[in-house]
Design a protein around this ligand. Structure first.
Ligand code: GLC
Length: 713
């Protein structure tokens, strides 16, 4: 008899329910949702009423609790310890949206691996990451946590992060389980409003939002977290068709569903359950395994069984899955391994990694008169703005314990990066406050300087969860500071601190340069200084379309053509009368300190048969003065299909380093699946006909180079 069979045969009903309950325990707890984290106690662990914990930090506390679970409960089943290790544990990488801008899957995996090691060293078993919610709407604050707008990027990110967190061996004490979240289409909340309902077509769900989760399942994620929202009235925590029908039965997912915070209990608020017993029954029936922080399973499962709403068999099957994940993580054999192992990677190596990723994530949107890079010597620099000196804005949302590590501020980075230049620092205004009396001092400092660095943008606490904004722009009174400083006529470089595109079109137009630094991580200021100095030329590319006006939102590059595509000067075409259809900056956009040139895409044959691969080769040259990285995107357009196809669909990207004057040839191999689309029955199929393959440095259709290929019968 297997360990799990043996345990199940001996477990009481209460012990079975306890394995499905995840609670935060008061002391030492990070709070990430509503409700008291203190109404659970250590005795609940001792009595087997809690099988998993979240948000407890500190190896001593975790190991003490694990010791109780293993040595003082009747069956000695170890606890599963979960935490949001999103973009770092102690050493924070840039926020996920920023890291996506590096378009470096190797770095995406590496930072996840590093975070896993730091968290495992402190006793964590499972992270509630990667967050895979694609987003087209910067009003939604959680755009910061995800991989941007593109489904292919989402798939690559899912695989890289799952591999990074889980490593090659889940029982490795430096590996932690991954949780693909938030299933699914959370980024499409109505009007960008947090937790609101979602209305998406099945096609959009399958073509756009589901692929990243499928990639996580294929990469072996041990957990998935369904989201808070409903899709067309079906709350995700109760959607059996998706959770069990699609993900388990069709995709073969063999891990567990961990609910989002209180989400199963919230089925009552959704209006699909009358009480906790019904909520528990709906959740269990849908396939939800662990109930995070709600009373549904804890208080509702027993009455649900007594009322015949669910069976003990279903309960047993659910408990079996949870025990299986604990076994896969090695918790039965080594319950104390995580928390007693030391990270091999030296701290300085971790700091160097996040500094490199921070620099690679910066996106240069504008650089008039090559005002950047800054010379190592020269006139005074005025570093102005509320984020010039703050550490909090360097680590952004979901920073884990990153606030306990010294984040490098922009001031510290600039002073260290430019030791032979005088640097004057004036905050001017705060990030969120209403005071403006510091603007005069800022203007005076600008007037006496040769160049201004403006560290402005969005306060860190205004992005992330429960942070939707109707006007995603400069926060507090920064707009006035920016206007006043720009009015001095000095060259102004905006260092944009943000977790989403900020719509500040006029300010960007008036500045000499705009460098998006996002929330650049624990080494933020140092990373920014490396970009400003040219030691690391900017190579970041926008992972989301950047709107020129909020009225364009939701905005994304993979639009369908419509029956009346835009045409200059035409009236009856898809357009706005008061703005362009185009974003201010397109997906994939980002300048460098050098220039690159792409040749025409070459294919071995313009006709190919079903099942054949198509190899695309393109010449890339660095035609400018310095070595730098750039990313080349390969898009496809299915010209005629049974359903209208997006005008561009990203199929591959490559990021390469080229020395000044160097050229190379990039090779892209497109597989048969890259030419498939979902038929009317939403089943993938290859439809004969023409495809236009486009290569470019962004999704700007005016600048891509194309080749037409034909899929024959
Ligand atoms: C939060 C978030 C989720 C997080 C969980 C646990 O509400 O929605 O992303 O993993 O609760 O902290």
């Amino acid at each position: 008899m297997s360990r799990i069979d043996d345990l199940l045969s001996r477990m009481t009903l209460d012990e079975k329910i306890g394995q499905l309950v995840m609670q935060a325990l008061g002391a030492g707890t990070i709070v990430t949702g509503p409700g008291a984290a203190t109404d659970s106690s250590v005795d609940d662990v001792r009595q087997g009423r809690i099988g998993s914990i979240l948000n407890l930090v500190g190896r001593d506390r975790i190991l003490a609790l694990q010791k109780i679970a293993v040595e003082e409960t009747r069956l000695g089943i170890p606890l599963l310890v979960g935490l949001d290790v999103i973009h770092g544990y102690l050493t924070d990488a840039p926020v996920p949206l920023a890291e996506t801008a590096a378009f470096r899957p190797d770095l995406w995996e590496e930072t996840a691996r590093m975070a896993a090691e730091e968290a495992a060293e402190d006793g964590v078993h499972l992270t509630f990451a990667p967050m895979l919610d694609l987003a087209r709407d910067p009003r939604w604050g959680r755009m910061v946590e995800g991989p941007g707008e593109d489904p292919y990027v989402g798939r690559v990110m899912a695989a890289a992060k799952t591999a990074g967190f889980q490593g090659r061996d889940l029982t490795d004490p430096l590996s932690i389980g991954a949780t693909a979240k938030h299933f699914v289409a959370y980024g499409a909340v109505n009007a960008g409003r947090e937790y609101a309902s979602v209305e998406v077509s099945d096609r959009t769900l399958h073509e756009f939002y589901l692929p990243a989760f499928k990639a996580a399942v294929d990469a072996g994620t041990v957990a998935i977290m369904p989201a808070f929202h409903d899709i067309a009235g079906r709350p995700m925590s109760g959607d059996k068709a998706l959770l069990t029908g699609l993900v388990r039965d069709t995709w073969g997912f063999d891990g567990i569903y961990v609910s989002d915070y209180d989400a199963i209990g919230e089925l009552v608020a959704h209006g699909v359950a009358a009480d906790m017993a019904e909520a528990a029954a709906i959740g269990l029936e849908a396939g939800m395994d662990i109930d995070m922080m709600s009373a549904a399973y804890r208080e509702g499962l027993k009455p649900a069984i007594e009322r015949g709403l669910v069976s003990v068999d279903l309960l047993d099957a659910t408990v079996r899955r949870v025990l299986a994940v604990k076994e896969r993580l090695g918790l039965f054999d080594n319950p104390y391994a995580r928390g007693t192992i030391a990270v091999a990677r030296p701290r300085q190596e971790r700091r160097a990694l996040v500094r490199a990723v921070g620099a690679a994530s910066c996106v240069l949107l504008k650089n008039d008169d090559a005002v950047l890079p800054l010379a190592p010597t020269g006139g005074r620099i005025a570093l102005i703005g509320p984020f010039a000196t703050t550490k909090r804005e360097m680590i952004g949302a979901w920073y884990g314990l990153g606030d306990r590590e010294e984040a490098v501020t922009i001031e510290a980075g600039v002073r260290a990066g430019f030791p032979h230049r005088e640097v004057v620092v004036v905050e001017g205004v705060s990030g969120l406050g209403t005071e403006t009396d510091g603007i005069a001092e800022a203007v005076a400092a600008a007037g006496e300087a040769d160049l201004v660095l403006l560290a402005v943008g969005e306060a860190a606490e205004l992005s992330g969860e429960a942070a939707s904004r109707v006007r995603p722009g400069f926060t507090g009174r920064q707009a006035e500071l920016v206007s006043a400083v720009i009015a001095t006529g000095k060259p102004v470089v905006i260092l944009l601190v943000c977790g989403r595109p900020l719509i500040e079109t006029e300010a960007f137009a008036a500045a000499a340069a705009v460098l998006v630094i996002w929330h650049p991580g624990s080494e933020g200021g140092a990373a920014v200084a490396e970009v400003l100095s040219g030691r690391r030329p900017p190579s970041g590319k926008l992972p989301v379309s950047w709107p020129s006006h909020l009225g364009q939102v939701p905005i994304f590059y993979a639009q369908r053509n419509t029956g009346r595509p835009y045409a200059e000067g035409e009236f009856f075409v898809t357009k706005y009368v008061d703005a362009s259809n185009e974003p201010l900056y397109p997906f994939g956009y980002g300048l460098s300190y050098t220039t690159f040139e792409l040749g025409e895409p070459i294919v071995e044959a313009t006709r190919f048969k079903p099942g054949e691969t198509v190899n695309v080769t393109v010449r890339l040259a660095n035609t400018g003065p310095v070595s730098a990285d750039t990313t080349v995107f390969l898009f496809s357009h299915d010209c005629v299909a049974s359903t209208a196809r997006p005008i561009l669909e990203l199929k591959r990207f490559q990021t390469v380093t080229l020395a000044a004057g160097e050229e190379t040839f990039l090779h892209f191999d497109l597989e048969p699946a890259d030419f498939e689309c979902l038929g009317p029955d939403l089943v993938p199929r290859a439809e004969p006909g023409d495809f236009v393959l486009s290569v470019g440095f962004s999704a700007d259709r005016r600048l891509v180079k194309t080749v037409r290929v034909t899929l024959g019968d």
